[in-house]
Design a protein around this ligand. Structure first.
Ligand code: SF4
Length: 646
């Protein structure tokens, strides 16, 4: 029997841990329990939602599988249903099962609305999927035997009515066949009808042969240690982010989150975790993302793992964690402070700073402690911090969200993720829809359109802000110029809000600006408002431009401020100056000229870059010397020096 586990990822670099877990768990158990001749051929196929759906369908059709199972999420369910609908037309015998958070809650509705789906795995899938395919394999084996027996018996022209197809799967008929072809007791039992067996598999909802939709009892939760490690063969995950699960579930109760429904948290034993982390280390993988919902909900356990990573660092691998920053203790900070820059990165959910909202969404969070910890970690300059905010929460109106945004911005995270409330099926938030006048899209991702507190027009304004933050702040390519721009506005929010409006008014929204265009648009926005300050702005914009990249073309707005070629070459030929002495051992002036760049900057702008006071410098122009061979391990920005003369 051929079984395909399929995933539709958001990006090529993603991989779907769930389907690999199901594959590994089933293979491992079936190895012991099924005779080799009836073992299924299970494989994983991954695609992205950017693939042409028809091509995905063609590729899956060519697999000639007997059973196709998809892992479904809020962002891929429409595409998956489209593929399944089409493939069932051309492969009517193909069994199609769905699983994952997007189909678990209303599995009966999924089956009712989609006649081409045979069943849904509800909740945690490993054991359920294994039992399901074991049943199908055994059923297929029984039917094969029946088929063989029919052939033999028809040769002998014996007892034809027993093999009347129309009678199958009538129990008495199967009983007769079973007796005739020498099935063992289990096989006989099994052949009495797969539905009886389906009815005994916890954690599924399926379509019975009479058309009824049957939902079985829930599946008891598994010990995480029973799930095999899936990365033994790393060649399957080349150029992919590796996802790793050291715990499942969350003890907290945030009303918008499905992880809050089942409060049990299960942990993989630390010995296993250390072994598996050590495998990643010795194989020098680039990035491992822990998918644990709140990695440090058990503070001591999290600390053990962080300590292990610090003590066994291979100098290459980066580990990503979703944490509750208010649970960080001094001991964690002490471990963090000794970590290599870039060894770990932290994703922190703030969501809002409105206390009434925090209470209403049942979130447990000590905001002051979170802020203190984030500030301490930021000052250490070795750990990237991502901070998440959610717009559209109860009791958060536009003004309140502006305050939350500014509070979050003040923490200077490396990434500020501004998300919009999604009303997930089965969440407590969904129960409050009437109470909150919560209007949200009927289709995935069920995103908020308006609430009792915020209008659709205001949500749209926030969308523009989110776009600007993504384009400029999160790209990390405009660090110094943004800092300067902020000084012209009362708050950072006000700045991003006006930028959003400017972009909308000028048709820049949703058109995918090229790199150069992003700089040009930002400059046009600033110039229109603060023309008097454009010189310093240009100087900082150019500095940021070269900070990331040894650009071959000069930016349009700074064609005039070139250094004479002779001065440029002389600087390197003479091995730099007293201020910046380059001619150390092994110095090669030509190589240095190629891998470095000198850019004049206005003296007044230098303070925005370095934070130092340059008021005693007599010249108007200073020089930034960038070295692209040496970069900040965390931000990847080139190292630079500011000198007063060439
Ligand atoms: S802490 Fe995170 S994972 Fe846990 S319930 Fe809240 S939002 Fe969900």
């Amino acid at each position: 029997m051929k079984i395909v586990l399929a995933a539709l990822n958001a990006k090529y670099v993603h991989s779907n841990l769930a389907v690999y877990d199901l594959e590994a768990y089933s293979k491992c158990k079936l190895e012991k329990e099924l005779r080799s001749e009836i073992k299924p051929d299970i494989s994983v196929r991954e695609y992205t939602i950017n693939h042409n759906l028809e091509q995905i369908m063609q590729s899956l059709y060519k697999e000639e599988a007997s059973l196709l199972a998809f892992s479904c999420y809020i962002w891929n369910i429409s595409e998956i249903l489209n593929i399944c609908r089409e493939i069932k037309k051309v492969s009517p015998k193909l069994l199609i099962w769905l699983g994952g958070p997007e189909v678990s809650y209303d599995s009966e509705k999924v089956l009712k609305n989609n006649s081409f789906i045979d069943g849904v795995i509800v909740g945690e899938g490993e054991e359920t999927f294994y039992e399901l395919i074991k049943m199908y394999c055994e059923l297929e084996a029984v039917l094969d035997k029946e088929e063989q027996s029919k052939e033999e018996n028809s040769k002998e022209d014996h007892n034809k009515e027993v093999y009347d197809k129309k009678q199958y799967p009538d129990n008495s008929c199967v009983e007769d066949i079973s007796n005739n072809i020498g099935l063992n007791d289990y096989e006989k039992e099994f052949a009495k009808g797969k539905e009886r067996y389906l009815s005994n598999i916890p954690g599924i909802t399926y379509r019975a042969s009479d058309g009824r939709i049957v939902k079985n009892l829930p599946r008891p939760l598994l010990s995480l240690d029973e799930i095999p490690f899936i990365y033994e063969d790393l060649s399957r995950f080349e150029n992919k982010i590796l996802y790793y699960e050291s715990s499942r579930g969350c003890p907290f109760s945030c009303s918008y989150c499905l992880s809050s429904i089942d409060k049990s948290v299960r942990f993989r034993s630390l010995d296993k975790v250390f072994d598996e982390l050590s495998f990643f280390m010795s194989n020098k993988v680039r990035q491992v993302k822990f998918i644990d919902r709140t990695f440090n909900c058990d503070k001591n356990r999290a600390r053990e793992i962080w300590r292990y990573l610090k003590d066994n660092d291979n100098g290459i691998t980066n580990y990503h964690f979703e944490i509750a920053a208010d649970l960080i203790e001094d001991e964690d900070i002490s471990i963090f402070s000794k970590m290599r820059p870039g060894l770990i990165q932290l994703e922190i959910g703030l969501q809002t700073t409105n206390l009434r909202t925090i209470k209403e969404i049942r979130r447990t969070m000590d905001i002051e402690k979170l802020k203190n910890n984030m500030n301490t970690i930021r000052r250490m300059r070795n750990i990237h911090q991502h901070l998440d905010l959610i717009a559209g929460l109860p009791y958060e109106d536009y003004e309140s969200f502006v305050r939350s945004f500014n509070d979050a911005y003040e923490l200077k995270p490396d990434q500020l993720q501004l998300g919009f409330l999604k009303v997930l099926k089965g969440s407590y938030m969904e129960e409050q829809v009437k109470e909150y006048n919560l209007i949200y899209s009927d289709e995935q991702p069920y995103e908020v359109l308006s609430t009792k507190w915020i209008s659709y027009g205001e949500i749209l304004k926030l969308k523009r802000v989110e776009e600007m933050v993504e384009l400029y702040y999160n790209s990390a390519m405009f660090e110094h110029v943004l800092l300067y721009m902020e000084s012209f506005f009362d708050t950072p929010f006000e700045m991003y809000e006006s930028m959003g409006k400017y972009y909308e008014d000028n048709g820049f929204v949703d058109i995918g600006l090229r790199r150069e265009d992003k700089y040009a648009a930002l400059r046009a926005f600033f110039k229109e408002r603060f023309e008097d300050a454009i010189k310093i702005f240009d100087s900082l914009l150019t500095f940021d431009y070269y900070l990331r990249e040894n650009a071959k073309t000069r930016p349009k707005w700074r064609k005039d401020s070139m250094i004479e070629k002779a001065d440029y070459n002389n600087f390197f030929k003479s091995g730099g100056t007293d201020e910046l002495y380059l001619a150390k051992e092994g110095y090669d002036s030509k190589a240095a000229a190629r891998s470095m760049h000198i850019e004049p900057i206005i003296a007044e702008s230098a303070s925005w870059i370095t934070g130092k006071d340059y008021s005693d410098v007599k010249t108007e122009w200073l020089y930034a010397v960038f070295d692209y061979n040496s970069r900040d391990p965390l931000t990847k920005a080139a190292d630079y020096n500011i000198i007063t003369h060439l």
